[in-house]
Design a protein around this ligand. Structure first.
Ligand code: ZN
Length: 308
């Protein structure tokens, strides 16, 4: 069984203002590093068109309509202080959802051992009815609910190691014990949520990391909070909200992880997926804003996924 990679040219056409960290070059850097011969065994598939109806798994219809109405015919419009949309942003966001849902299909139907989706815009800050933090729709949340609707998954775990707290994913599953949300993130940092005391229906596990900490603190949070929560929950599927902005080179945060940490965390989650989830593991790109840190971290992550 192979590791599948979904991407699509339209992900380069979601445009942000000049100087914005969440930019198309991020995906170009990932594409370059995965071009290496070491990744020749990757099963590369163009992301399919998304089913817009699945957006409603995580967002109310009037909000979806508001986002659609905000998409400009030309230029770039601001959705909030740091979130914007360009003419192709709708198609990019819906295709990201299509890729994530297809990845769920792949792991449930045995077409891939695991899948990495290299898409943008990211998703984990999008709350039920608020687009924010570079995110329009919450791709990971939609994919989790899609697994429940289409494949009758009873329990889905979302593990979010992006350096920012996934306030959107927490908001969507706040009172839904069928989805476990575990997050490691720098605190204090945008968006300000993610305290240990935020536990939802007992299904929210936040592991905040102090600024300037690194590998030891991250791995300890994983070993002491994230992994035991997964073991207790016994998910049918693990989804990773894979942001790589906890890398030491990243300009938006002050956590000092290296590529080796992402390799290690990937291996830990693969081991848990083997133990509880029939190996089913889907990884979705979130943040990561230093092009070299991002590319090397994705290489470590995907390389580990490919080891099976
Ligand atoms: Zn982030």
């Amino acid at each position: 069984m192979t590791t599948r990679l979904y991407t699509h040219p339209v992900f380069l056409e979601h445009l942000t203002p000049p100087g914005h960290p969440e930019r198309p070059d991020r995906l170009r850097a990932i594409e370059r590093v995965l071009d290496d011969e070491a990744f020749s065994a990757l099963d590369r598939v163009e992301a399919p068109e998304g089913d817009e109806a699945t957006i409603l798994y995580a967002h109310p219809e009037d909000f979806v309509g508001r986002v659609r109405a905000a998409i400009p015919e030309t230029g770039i419009v601001s959705i909030d202080a740091d979130t914007s949309a360009s003419p192709k942003s709708w198609l990019a966001a819906v295709t990201a959802i299509g890729a994530a849902n297809a990845a769920v299909d792949d792991v449930f139907e045995g077409r891939a051992a695991n899948v990495f989706v290299a898409a943008r815009p990211p998703g984990h800050h999008a709350e039920k009815a608020t687009a924010m933090g570079f995110c329009l729709f919450n791709t990971a949340a939609i994919a989790a609910r899609y697994a429940q609707e289409k494949h009758l998954a009873e329990r889905v775990a979302i593990v979010d190691w992006d350096v920012h707290h996934g306030n959107g994913t927490q908001d969507i599953f706040w009172d839904d014990p069928s989805v476990l949300y575990c997050s490691t993130h720098q605190m204090p940092l945008y968006p300000g949520t993610g305290a240990k005391s935020e536990t939802g229906a007992g299904n929210i596990v936040n592991a905040p990391l102090a600024p300037s900490t690194g590998s030891d603190t991250f791995r300890d949070a994983f070993l002491s909070r994230v992994l035991p929560s997964i073991d207790a929950f016994q998910p049918d599927l693990i989804i990773i909200s894979a942001g790589f902005d906890a890398h030491h080179r990243d300009p938006l945060a002050a956590i000092n992880l290296t590529e080796d940490d992402f390799d290690w965390a990937t291996g830990q989650l693969m081991e848990r997926a083997g133990r509880h989830s029939g190996n089913r593991l889907v990884s979705l790109l979130e943040g990561g804003y230093d092009l070299q840190g991002l590319a090397f971290s994705v290489a470590a992550h995907v390389g580990r996924l490919m080891k099976g």
